[in-house]
Design a protein around this ligand. Structure first.
Ligand SMILES: C[S@@+](CC[C@H](N)C(=O)[O-])C[C@H]1O[C@@H](n2cnc3c(N)ncnc32)[C@H](O)[C@@H]1O
Length: 214
Protein backbone atom coordinates (compact mmCIF):
# COMPACT_ATOMS: atom_id res chain seq x y z
CA UNK A 1 0.00 0.00 0.00
CA UNK A 2 1.30 3.48 -0.83
CA UNK A 3 2.43 5.35 2.22
CA UNK A 4 1.35 8.75 0.95
CA UNK A 5 -0.63 10.07 -1.96
CA UNK A 6 -0.43 13.55 -3.41
CA UNK A 7 -3.79 15.20 -2.67
CA UNK A 8 -3.07 17.83 -5.32
CA UNK A 9 -2.83 15.33 -8.18
CA UNK A 10 -5.59 15.49 -10.78
CA UNK A 11 -7.19 12.24 -9.61
CA UNK A 12 -7.64 13.43 -6.02
CA UNK A 13 -8.96 16.80 -7.14
CA UNK A 14 -12.07 15.22 -8.70
CA UNK A 15 -15.03 15.89 -6.39
CA UNK A 16 -16.86 12.79 -5.14
CA UNK A 17 -20.47 12.79 -4.11
CA UNK A 18 -20.44 11.18 -0.65
CA UNK A 19 -23.52 9.19 0.45
CA UNK A 20 -26.00 11.08 2.59
CA UNK A 21 -26.19 10.40 6.34
CA UNK A 22 -29.68 8.94 5.75
CA UNK A 23 -28.12 6.12 3.73
CA UNK A 24 -25.07 5.70 5.96
CA UNK A 25 -26.69 5.19 9.35
CA UNK A 26 -29.52 3.25 10.94
CA UNK A 27 -30.19 6.26 13.23
CA UNK A 28 -29.31 9.20 10.96
CA UNK A 29 -30.44 11.84 13.50
CA UNK A 30 -27.74 10.91 16.07
CA UNK A 31 -24.90 13.40 16.73
CA UNK A 32 -21.90 12.97 14.42
CA UNK A 33 -18.20 12.66 15.18
CA UNK A 34 -16.02 13.09 12.09
CA UNK A 35 -12.42 11.85 12.08
CA UNK A 36 -10.34 13.39 9.29
CA UNK A 37 -7.51 11.15 8.06
CA UNK A 38 -8.84 8.02 9.76
CA UNK A 39 -6.13 5.72 8.30
CA UNK A 40 -6.47 2.21 9.78
CA UNK A 41 -9.59 3.24 11.68
CA UNK A 42 -8.91 1.68 15.09
CA UNK A 43 -9.70 4.94 16.89
CA UNK A 44 -13.24 5.17 15.49
CA UNK A 45 -13.89 1.42 15.71
CA UNK A 46 -13.27 1.60 19.46
CA UNK A 47 -15.33 4.77 19.92
CA UNK A 48 -18.23 3.40 17.85
CA UNK A 49 -18.31 0.25 19.98
CA UNK A 50 -18.30 2.30 23.19
CA UNK A 51 -20.85 4.96 22.16
CA UNK A 52 -23.81 3.49 20.24
CA UNK A 53 -25.75 6.75 20.66
CA UNK A 54 -23.31 8.57 18.35
CA UNK A 55 -22.63 8.20 14.61
CA UNK A 56 -18.98 8.17 13.51
CA UNK A 57 -17.49 8.91 10.10
CA UNK A 58 -13.86 8.29 9.14
CA UNK A 59 -12.60 10.12 6.06
CA UNK A 60 -9.48 8.91 4.32
CA UNK A 61 -7.73 9.64 1.02
CA UNK A 62 -6.06 6.18 0.72
CA UNK A 63 -8.80 4.00 -0.70
CA UNK A 64 -7.30 0.57 0.21
CA UNK A 65 -7.33 1.62 3.89
CA UNK A 66 -10.99 2.55 3.63
CA UNK A 67 -11.80 -0.89 2.17
CA UNK A 68 -9.95 -2.61 5.01
CA UNK A 69 -11.70 -0.50 7.66
CA UNK A 70 -15.09 -1.17 6.09
CA UNK A 71 -14.41 -4.91 6.14
CA UNK A 72 -13.67 -4.79 9.89
CA UNK A 73 -16.63 -2.54 10.57
CA UNK A 74 -19.02 -4.95 8.83
CA UNK A 75 -17.56 -7.92 10.66
CA UNK A 76 -18.19 -6.11 13.96
CA UNK A 77 -21.70 -5.12 12.80
CA UNK A 78 -21.16 -1.49 13.75
CA UNK A 79 -24.11 0.40 12.27
CA UNK A 80 -23.11 3.73 13.77
CA UNK A 81 -19.80 3.93 11.88
CA UNK A 82 -18.79 4.43 8.27
CA UNK A 83 -15.46 4.92 6.53
CA UNK A 84 -15.51 6.99 3.34
CA UNK A 85 -12.89 7.49 0.68
CA UNK A 86 -12.36 11.12 -0.33
CA UNK A 87 -10.05 14.08 -0.35
CA UNK A 88 -11.66 16.12 2.42
CA UNK A 89 -10.45 19.36 0.86
CA UNK A 90 -12.47 18.62 -2.25
CA UNK A 91 -15.52 16.58 -1.26
CA UNK A 92 -16.42 17.28 2.37
CA UNK A 93 -18.12 20.66 2.07
CA UNK A 94 -21.10 19.34 0.09
CA UNK A 95 -21.62 16.41 2.48
CA UNK A 96 -21.55 18.73 5.49
CA UNK A 97 -24.08 21.08 3.89
CA UNK A 98 -26.54 18.19 3.77
CA UNK A 99 -26.49 17.60 7.55
CA UNK A 100 -29.14 18.97 9.89
CA UNK A 101 -27.74 22.17 11.36
CA UNK A 102 -25.93 21.41 14.62
CA UNK A 103 -25.77 17.65 14.04
CA UNK A 104 -22.01 17.77 13.55
CA UNK A 105 -20.76 17.81 17.14
CA UNK A 106 -17.13 16.65 16.97
CA UNK A 107 -14.30 16.77 14.47
CA UNK A 108 -10.92 15.20 15.20
CA UNK A 109 -7.84 15.90 13.10
CA UNK A 110 -5.02 13.80 14.53
CA UNK A 111 -1.45 13.69 13.22
CA UNK A 112 -2.97 14.64 9.87
CA UNK A 113 -0.04 15.33 7.58
CA UNK A 114 3.12 13.82 6.34
CA UNK A 115 3.53 17.29 4.74
CA UNK A 116 5.58 19.22 7.24
CA UNK A 117 8.08 20.79 4.81
CA UNK A 118 7.33 24.35 3.73
CA UNK A 119 7.43 23.43 0.04
CA UNK A 120 4.57 20.97 0.65
CA UNK A 121 2.46 23.53 2.47
CA UNK A 122 -0.29 23.37 -0.19
CA UNK A 123 -0.82 19.65 0.43
CA UNK A 124 -1.82 20.10 4.05
CA UNK A 125 -5.29 19.02 5.13
CA UNK A 126 -6.21 21.75 7.55
CA UNK A 127 -6.94 24.85 5.49
CA UNK A 128 -9.16 27.88 6.03
CA UNK A 129 -11.78 26.48 3.64
CA UNK A 130 -12.03 23.26 5.63
CA UNK A 131 -12.44 25.15 8.90
CA UNK A 132 -15.14 27.30 7.30
CA UNK A 133 -17.01 24.22 6.04
CA UNK A 134 -16.94 22.76 9.55
CA UNK A 135 -17.98 26.08 11.15
CA UNK A 136 -20.93 26.35 8.76
CA UNK A 137 -22.38 22.99 9.89
CA UNK A 138 -21.59 23.16 13.58
CA UNK A 139 -23.78 24.85 16.16
CA UNK A 140 -22.44 26.49 19.32
CA UNK A 141 -20.46 24.09 21.56
CA UNK A 142 -19.41 21.72 18.76
CA UNK A 143 -15.72 20.85 19.04
CA UNK A 144 -12.59 20.39 16.97
CA UNK A 145 -9.78 18.37 18.51
CA UNK A 146 -6.29 18.53 16.98
CA UNK A 147 -3.08 16.76 17.86
CA UNK A 148 0.38 16.30 16.37
CA UNK A 149 3.92 15.45 17.45
CA UNK A 150 5.46 18.04 15.11
CA UNK A 151 5.28 21.46 16.74
CA UNK A 152 5.63 23.47 13.50
CA UNK A 153 2.73 21.59 11.98
CA UNK A 154 0.69 21.86 15.14
CA UNK A 155 1.32 25.60 15.30
CA UNK A 156 0.19 25.96 11.71
CA UNK A 157 -3.08 24.07 12.46
CA UNK A 158 -3.63 26.05 15.61
CA UNK A 159 -3.01 29.39 13.84
CA UNK A 160 -5.37 28.44 11.02
CA UNK A 161 -8.19 27.73 13.48
CA UNK A 162 -7.37 30.86 15.50
CA UNK A 163 -7.64 32.99 12.37
CA UNK A 164 -11.16 31.73 11.71
CA UNK A 165 -13.33 33.68 14.11
CA UNK A 166 -15.74 30.77 14.64
CA UNK A 167 -13.81 28.77 17.24
CA UNK A 168 -12.36 29.54 20.66
CA UNK A 169 -9.55 27.56 22.20
CA UNK A 170 -10.61 25.67 25.31
CA UNK A 171 -8.28 26.02 28.28
CA UNK A 172 -8.60 22.94 30.46
CA UNK A 173 -7.55 23.80 34.01
CA UNK A 174 -6.12 27.04 32.60
CA UNK A 175 -3.68 25.14 30.37
CA UNK A 176 -3.41 25.48 26.60
CA UNK A 177 -2.30 21.92 25.85
CA UNK A 178 -4.28 18.84 26.79
CA UNK A 179 -2.19 16.05 28.31
CA UNK A 180 -4.13 13.09 26.86
CA UNK A 181 -6.64 12.20 24.21
CA UNK A 182 -9.97 13.65 25.49
CA UNK A 183 -11.92 10.70 24.04
CA UNK A 184 -9.92 8.21 26.13
CA UNK A 185 -8.91 6.24 23.05
CA UNK A 186 -5.48 6.60 21.44
CA UNK A 187 -4.91 6.65 17.67
CA UNK A 188 -2.35 4.42 15.97
CA UNK A 189 0.02 7.30 15.43
CA UNK A 190 -0.49 8.54 18.96
CA UNK A 191 0.57 5.14 20.34
CA UNK A 192 3.65 5.19 18.13
CA UNK A 193 4.63 8.70 19.24
CA UNK A 194 4.14 7.76 22.89
CA UNK A 195 6.30 4.67 22.39
CA UNK A 196 9.03 6.86 20.87
CA UNK A 197 8.68 9.28 23.78
CA UNK A 198 7.90 12.17 21.45
CA UNK A 199 6.11 15.26 22.79
CA UNK A 200 2.47 15.40 21.68
CA UNK A 201 0.66 18.73 21.31
CA UNK A 202 -3.11 18.64 21.72
CA UNK A 203 -5.78 21.34 21.68
CA UNK A 204 -9.54 21.54 21.80
CA UNK A 205 -11.52 24.27 20.05
CA UNK A 206 -15.16 25.08 20.69
CA UNK A 207 -17.57 26.59 18.13
CA UNK A 208 -18.63 30.02 19.37
CA UNK A 209 -21.93 31.80 18.78
CA UNK A 210 -20.77 33.81 15.74
CA UNK A 211 -23.11 33.13 12.82
CA UNK A 212 -21.44 31.80 9.69
CA UNK A 213 -21.24 34.38 6.92
CA UNK A 214 -20.54 33.08 3.43
C1 LIG B 1 -0.22 10.35 9.64
S1 LIG B 1 -1.76 9.60 9.30
C2 LIG B 1 -2.55 9.64 10.89
C3 LIG B 1 -3.69 8.70 10.97
C4 LIG B 1 -4.53 8.73 12.25
N1 LIG B 1 -5.29 9.96 12.36
C5 LIG B 1 -3.69 8.50 13.47
O1 LIG B 1 -3.56 9.45 14.27
O2 LIG B 1 -3.18 7.39 13.64
C6 LIG B 1 -2.66 10.86 8.39
C7 LIG B 1 -3.78 10.30 7.52
O3 LIG B 1 -4.49 11.36 6.88
C8 LIG B 1 -4.79 10.97 5.54
N2 LIG B 1 -4.99 12.18 4.72
C9 LIG B 1 -4.02 13.07 4.35
N3 LIG B 1 -4.55 14.03 3.57
C10 LIG B 1 -5.88 13.75 3.42
C11 LIG B 1 -6.97 14.37 2.72
N4 LIG B 1 -6.78 15.50 2.00
N5 LIG B 1 -8.19 13.81 2.80
C12 LIG B 1 -8.40 12.67 3.52
N6 LIG B 1 -7.41 12.04 4.21
C13 LIG B 1 -6.16 12.56 4.17
C14 LIG B 1 -3.55 10.18 5.13
O4 LIG B 1 -3.76 9.32 4.02
C15 LIG B 1 -3.23 9.40 6.42
O5 LIG B 1 -3.87 8.15 6.46
Amino acid sequence: MRQHVNPLSQFFQLPLSLPSKDVLFRKPHYPIHLDIGSAKGEFLIELASKYPEWNFVGLEIREPLVSLCEKTRKKLELNNLKFLFCNVNVSLDEWLSDLNYGQLKRVSIQFPDPWFKRKHFKRRVLKTNLINSIAKSMSEDGEIFIQSDIFKLFEYMSNTIDKSRYFNRKYLGGLRFIDKNPYNVKTDRELLSLKKNLPIYREMYIRNSLLFIN
